[in-house]
Design a protein around this ligand. Structure first.
Ligand SMILES: Cc1cc2nc3c(=O)[nH]c(=O)nc-3n(C[C@H](O)[C@H](O)[C@H](O)COP(=O)(O)O)c2cc1C
Length: 355
């Protein structure tokens, strides 16, 4: 293990320089607990949970493990509803509603995507989670100071060198360099132009040279060789998401699991049609026909509303045409094996030598 990786493990009190990426919508405490108990850092994504659900999940983690874990939040500003844009988007989707016999005006209930705020802070403070990570920037300085006050190490995603420098200046203790290969939402927050986004190798290299805090590589890491490569480039550790998506401890849907194991998984793209923000997913019908990037899609997270009922209707017919099939560019490591086993295989280079 490199000196940087050893220092990160000491700082986070983990045995392996590996973080299981928080993945909202496809996992809860079960995956976090399994990975944490295997010696890496398990993560609980909270962006789609109500405060009550966050409390219950934290309680479950605390009952199951004494080891450190990560809790993850989004930091977006909630947008105002733009009625004209919403109407244009619904008009775009209208033929699909009619195809499924749905009312185009219908608003299906969709899980919230809530930014970290004072109420969230009150919910998690009693648990004093040892690691807290943020996507889409950082919360207000007063909130961040309170998180740090209980001794939490703060991680945050950067997708460009500029974002990494900004995060270091504003108090992130560790930077997650999220390369363009990564599955799910781009953590981008200083710029909305997707041509600014950089691949993992180039990003990690430039960020490691420019910041003093430890850097975690994320995006396209699917096996132990990928982890070795990232550490060779100067990363102190890695964050792996897509590779865990088939583990039994996830809640990945049936259509999503099938897509990940099909040839379709070879073609992913950045799309905003599911939520309003660019995110990497396996290309499916709605991405092909309405995107993958659309100027008409409502701002994050408002775009979720219009597509929710189409998704439900299509999935009821076992179709993935309207589902967000989040995935990174490398799905070769996805296997339906227990997360602890996968973690040990990923981190095989760092396993303690057997007696
Ligand atoms: C299904 C899925 C959901 C994700 N949800 C989140 C999230 O809630 N919070 C977050 O910080 N990152 C999220 N990400 C991004 C990951 O943190 C990470 O950047 C990415 O998984 C790394 O690339 P990889 O998927 O190629 O391993 C998600 C990724 C995936 C695949």
């Amino acid at each position: 293990m490199s000196a940087a990786a050893r220092a990160l493990c000491r700082r986070l009190d983990i045995a392996l320089p590996l973080i299981q990426a928080p993945m909202a919508g496809v996992q809860g405490s079960a995956l976090a607990i399994a990975v944490t108990e295997a010696g890496a850092l398990g993560s609980l994504p909270c962006a789609m949970l109500t405060p009550a659900a966050i409390g219950a999940e934290l309680q479950a983690i605390r009952c199951a493990t004494q080891r450190p874990y990560n809790v993850n939040f989004f930091c977006h500003a909630a947008p105002a509803v733009d009625a004209a844009r919403e109407a244009r988007w619904r008009e775009t989707l209208r033929p699909y509603y009619l195809e499924f016999g749905l009312d185009p005006a219908e608003v299906a209930p969709a899980p919230p995507r809530l930014p970290f705020d004072a109420a969230t802070l009150e919910t998690i403070a009693p648990f004093a989670p040892p690691v807290v990570s943020f996507h889409f920037g950082l919360p207000a300085g007063t909130l961040l100071a309170r998180v740090k006050a209980w001794g939490a190490t703060v991680l945050a995603s950067a997708t460009t060198l500029g974002e990494a420098l900004w995060l270091e200046r504003h108090g992130a203790d560790v930077i997650i360099a999220q390369g363009l290969e990564a599955g799910g939402h781009r953590g981008m927050f200083l710029d909305s132009d997707i041509s600014t986004q950089v691949g993992t190798f180039a990003l990690v290299r430039s960020v490691v040279r420019a910041v003093r805090v430890p850097v975690i590589a994320a995006g396209g890491i699917a096996d132990s060789a990928g982890i070795r490569a990232a550490l060779t480039l100067g990363a102190a550790g890695v964050q792996v998401g897509t590779t865990y998506l088939l583990c039994p401890e996830t809640t990945t849907s049936a259509v999503h699991r099938a897509a990940l194991q099909s040839p379709a998984a070879r073609h992913t793209a950045l799309t905003n049609v599911f939520t309003g923000r660019p995110a990497r997913a396996i290309v499916n019908r709605v991405m092909r026909e309405c995107g993958p990037m659309s100027a008409l899609a409502p701002a994050f997270p408002l775009a979720v509303g219009a597509i929710a009922s189409l998704r439900a209707a299509a999935e009821a017919r076992a179709s993935d045409d309207f589902s967000p099939l989040w995935a990174g560019q490398d799905t070769s490591g996805c296997r339906a094996i227990p997360a602890a086993e996968l973690t040990q295989e990923l981190a095989a280079d760092f396993a303690a030598p057997s007696a």
